[in-house]
Design a binder for this molecule. Structure first.
Ligand SMILES: O=C(O)CCC(=O)c1ccccc1C(=O)O
Ligand SMILES: [Mg+2]
Length: 368
């Protein structure tokens, strides 16, 4: 893989409606769109999914730009690679900064697949032609939640995830359950509880949830294992799993029965696939998480979710879940509850250049 240049585009777009969790509101999304070009003029696309502030992980758009320009791109310049997996191994010399690493590594995967005229899903070992689609409801009112659920079920989504916290849990979920007794529902707490809340969390066993995601500390593995012994609802870990090693330890400890895999959170597609393969071997189902992302990251998620261990509908929703107009063409759509895995080379989506220009904040090109 002879890399000729790396282009970093910082963009910003308002969400159609604010995304509310107990940690705050996301109303505008900044992101980094990476275009890598090789010596034959083939381009690979990647997306940096860190937020503007470090509310979900410690990274931000600015720390990602620093890591990319001052550390990761120079590292790639010094160490030519033949396969994206080598980039992933090379980046192990840098501690964490997983979203910055993933932004570059995913672009290399797209470039690699395109240079063999192969769909990225196939390059990764994916087999399913269709991905079951789920969606997240992130609001602080039961009325809004019920309205949104109705609208999303109408659009065909197969599974609903709601955000919960100690001020919005039991009665919120019981109202939703009373309207939708058979709906596939999961609840994501984004670390809103501690073990002192064990009775509140235990009570949620009443609702036959598919799982409860990340109820306790964002970096905890021990207390989730203690909690899982006390509740029937399967625990799914999100924030706590930032590497293959975290996944291995969480499974060994019994800290979770399900894992949400996010490419950015774990540092790229190679690490995501390693976690997937291990979970498949251990009988732990996985699903693909979302980052309120733009179309490039969404496209990488689709390719990853075509692997056989992704047996639960993930947070892979249509472009129009968050955006008036996405930066890719065609946009991601959900039909009869599924997203089609593209059959074209690489991620199978192109940049919508007009839309990219409309939302562009800055652009830098590095020649290698
Ligand atoms: O569909 C989506 O992109 C939203 C997924 C979501 O809940 C989320 C969005 C941003 C940051 C963290 C999370 C999460 O899964 O905790
Ligand atoms: Mg989550």
């Amino acid at each position: 893989m002879t890399i000729a240049s790396v282009e970093l585009n910082v963009i910003q777009m308002p969400l159609k409606e604010p995304f509310l969790t107990h940690l705050g509101a996301v109303t505008d999304r900044e992101g980094i769109i990476i275009r890598i070009t090789n010596s034959d003029g083939v381009t690979g696309l990647g997306e940096g999914v860190a937020f503007s502030t470090p509310w979900y992980t410690e990274e931000t758009v600015k720390t990602s730009l620093h890591m990319l320009t001052d550390i990761l791109i120079p590292l790639l310049k010094k160490n030519p690679i033949n396969h994206p997996q080598e980039a992933s191994l090379l980046f192990r010399s840098i501690r964490r900064n997983n979203m910055a690493k993933a932004a570059l590594e995913t672009a290399l995967w797209d470039l690699f697949a395109k240079s063999y005229s192969q769909p990225l899903a196939k390059t990764l070992g994916g087999t399913s032609p269709l991905i079951a689609s789920g969606v997240v409801v992130a609001t602080d009112s039961t009325k809004n939640a019920l309205q949104q659920i109705e609208q999303y079920l109408e659009a065909g989504y197969q599974r609903i995830k709601v955000k919960i916290n100690p001020r919005q849990d039991y009665s919120f979920l019981s109202e939703i359950r009373s309207v939708y007794p058979d709906l596939a529902i999961m609840a994501d707490a984004n670390s809103a509880y501690t073990l002192k809340d064990i009775d509140r969390i235990k009570a949620l066993d009443d609702f036959n949830l598919l799982m409860i995601e990340q109820p306790l500390g964002f970096d905890d593995i021990l207390e989730h294992a203690m909690l899982q012994k006390e509740i029937k609802t399967p625990i799914c870990l999100d924030e706590s799993i930032v590497s293959f090693e975290d996944a291995r330890k969480a499974i060994e400890f019994g800290s979770c029965q399900v894992i949400n895999i996010k490419v950015g959170r774990v540092g790229g597609l190679y690490e995501a696939k390693r976690i997937h393969d291990y979970c498949l071997e251990k009988g732990i189902p996985v699903w693909c998480g979302g980052m309120i992302e733009f179309g490039i990251s969404r496209a990488h998620n689709i390719a990853l979710a075509s692997l056989p261990g992704f047996t639960i509908p993930g947070d892979i929703s249509a472009s129009n879940r968050f955006w008036e107009e996405d930066i890719i063409t065609p946009e991601v759509t959900v039909e009869n509850g599924f997203v089609k895995v593209p059959s074209g080379p690489g991620i199978g989506f192109e940049i919508n250049e007009k839309r990219l220009q409309e939302v562009l904040l800055s652009k830098e090109t590095y020649v290698l």
